[in-house]
Design a protein around this ligand. Structure first.
Ligand code: HEM
Length: 463
């Protein structure tokens, strides 16, 4: 028996016989965990130890579940046994009172009041469509105008951030807002990599200015309300909430924090897959060009979602390279969960890794192949979870999918993308998300003159 098991005999007892690496003093399996990216660690463990395994980060047990049925229990039928703690410690200073890290009644109230939980969300997003399309198109146009080749991921984050700014605040982002956003993301990332508290004055100043700007925007909407303004902040102010202005501010902020990078990752990964599979790219471009020709004066979200091949390509891209590769739940005080012959006691952290579940051979045929047609019919329950599952599934999913599809439509109908064949799509853990590890060297070629698009501000120029 290892010294770790002796020292923590009581803690270790419930997990005796569960597969997993041997924990050693002083850190359990922490060093092994830190040696590679978390999603690579989880996938290697899934392959080596099977559907249920335990590893120890210091003296804390983490049970990795790679069985769709067990994952379904944790996220749906037995969800009451769990609460969501992570990433409170690392991201709490930025997420503040957001639904993202709330629990119980507090979570329920915030989730119900969230602007993306509205019954009429699709109609609200449809009002934003011309602006979102125009912003995506401007971003794509800038790619064609710039020096070739260029690094693709950073301008895609600019593009999604600009779309988020337009949707949330009804205005293009200032360079200051864009810069502050990255400072906040980098701080979350630092804390997730083990630096517990920031001593960076830059972080605290930018955090102050970030929230101050949102507060000013809120005050301005209160002072002169515009009943026709389609931006989400105006919508929230009009809707009103007993949760108060701070909550509106924090939820609006969280939309950027939780969404802008993963949307860019999803678009980048899809463009990468398409550049590796020219026949699929041709098929998708044909679908999109036919679609935009028919809808030359604009399209609705419903019409965009009805495109079958776009839907399959995006779904398959989110399967192979999910922008959020794992998340946690913790067993509540006074609760437990039965897993085979083991009972997970209160305080056990459960890890759900979409990256691993999406790549395991028992659940997917030829899992490492990019094959959009596998989504011709829906996957079996609990096999596919790029946005999580159950009541705590990503509240931003409809908005994220709208942005991803609009960006792809506007970019692919206008530009031909060529990503350096030597590029390897390894992902790096960044602020709880996954982003390309290497520069995505890309060149684009303009396909043809673009048709005119009507936006809320009038017509965008054609070329
Ligand atoms: C491609 C883009 C996105 C991906 C892949 C993604 C993924 C996820 C995943 C996997 C979860 C579940 C975490 C868990 O169960 O613990 C989640 C939760 C969440 N996401 Fe997203 N997300 C994306 C975009 C967005 C956007 C645009 C927003 C903006 C509102 C957002 C806001 C949230 C919030 C607030 C939660 C917590 C919901 C709750 O606990 O009730 N996400 N997201």
């Amino acid at each position: 028996m290892s010294a770790f098991n002796l020292l923590y005999a009581r803690k270790v007892a419930p997990f005796r016989g569960m597969p997993g690496p041997t924990p050693r003093l002083p850190d359990g399996n922490l060093r092994e965990y830190l040696r590679r990216e978390p999603h690579e660690f989880y996938f290697a463990h899934a392959e080596q130890y099977g559907p249920v395994s335990v590893h120890w980060l210091l003296d804390k047990p983490y049970v990795l579940l790679n069985d769709p049925e067990l994952v379904g229990r944790v996220l749906t039928t037995e969800r009451e046994r769990f609460y969501k703690d992570a990433p409170r410690g690392e991201a709490g200073a930025v997420l503040r009172s957001s639904v993202f890290i709330s629990n119980d009644r507090d979570w329920e109230t915030k989730r119900t009041a969230h602007p993306f939980s509205r019954q009429d969300l699709e109609a609200c997003l449809d009002r934003l469509m011309p602006t979102l399309r125009g912003t995506a198109r401007e971003g794509a146009e800038a790619l064609a105008r710039g020096t070739q080749p260029f690094e693709l991921y950073a301008p895609l984050v600019d593009m999604s951030f600009a779309m988020f700014s337009q949707a949330l605040l009804g205005q293009a982002p200032s360079p200051e807002r864009r810069g502050r956003y990255e400072v906040l993301m980098r701080e979350i990332d630092r804390r997730m990599h083990g630096v517990p508290l920031s001593v960076s004055p830059r972080f605290w100043l930018d955090r102050f200015l970030w929230f101050q700007e949102l507060e000013a925007q809120l005050r301005q909407r209160r002072a002169s309300p515009d009943p026709a303004a389609p931006d989400i902040l105006s919508l929230m102010v009009r809707q009103g909430s007993s949760l108060g202005e701070e909550w509106i501010r924090d939820e609006a902020s969280t939309v950027f924090i939780a969404g802008a990078h993963p949307v860019a990752t999803a678009v980048c990964s899809t463009l990468y897959q398409l550049s590796r599979h020219p026949e699929m790219r041709e098929q998708l471009v044909a679908e999109l060009r036919g679609f935009t020709a028919v809808h030359s004066s604009g399209y609705t979200l419903g019409e965009l979602h009805a495109l079958p091949y776009l839907e399959r390509v995006v779904s398959e891209s989110l399967r192979l390279l999910p922008p959020v590769t794992f998340f946690f739940r913790t067993v509540r005080e006074g609760q437990s969960m039965r897993v085979g012959e083991h009972t997970l006691p209160a305080g056990t952290n459960v890890v759900v890794s979409s990256w691993a579940l999406h790549r395991l051979a028992p659940y997917w045929k030829d899992p490492l192949r990019f094959e959009p047609e596998r989504f011709a019919s829906p996957p079996p329950p609990f096999h596919y979870l790029p946005f999580g599952l159950g009541p705590r599934t990503c509240v931003g999913r409809p908005f994220a999918l709208a942005c991803i599809k609009i960006m792809l439509t506007e970019a692919l109908t206008a530009l031909s993308f060529n990503i350096d064949p030597a590029f390897s799509p390894d992902m790096r853990f960044f602020a709880g998300l996954s982003v390309p590890r290497h520069p995505v060297r890309t060149s684009v070629r303009r396909l043809e003159a673009w048709p005119r698009v009507e936006t809320t501000e009038g017509a965008l120029g054609s070329t």
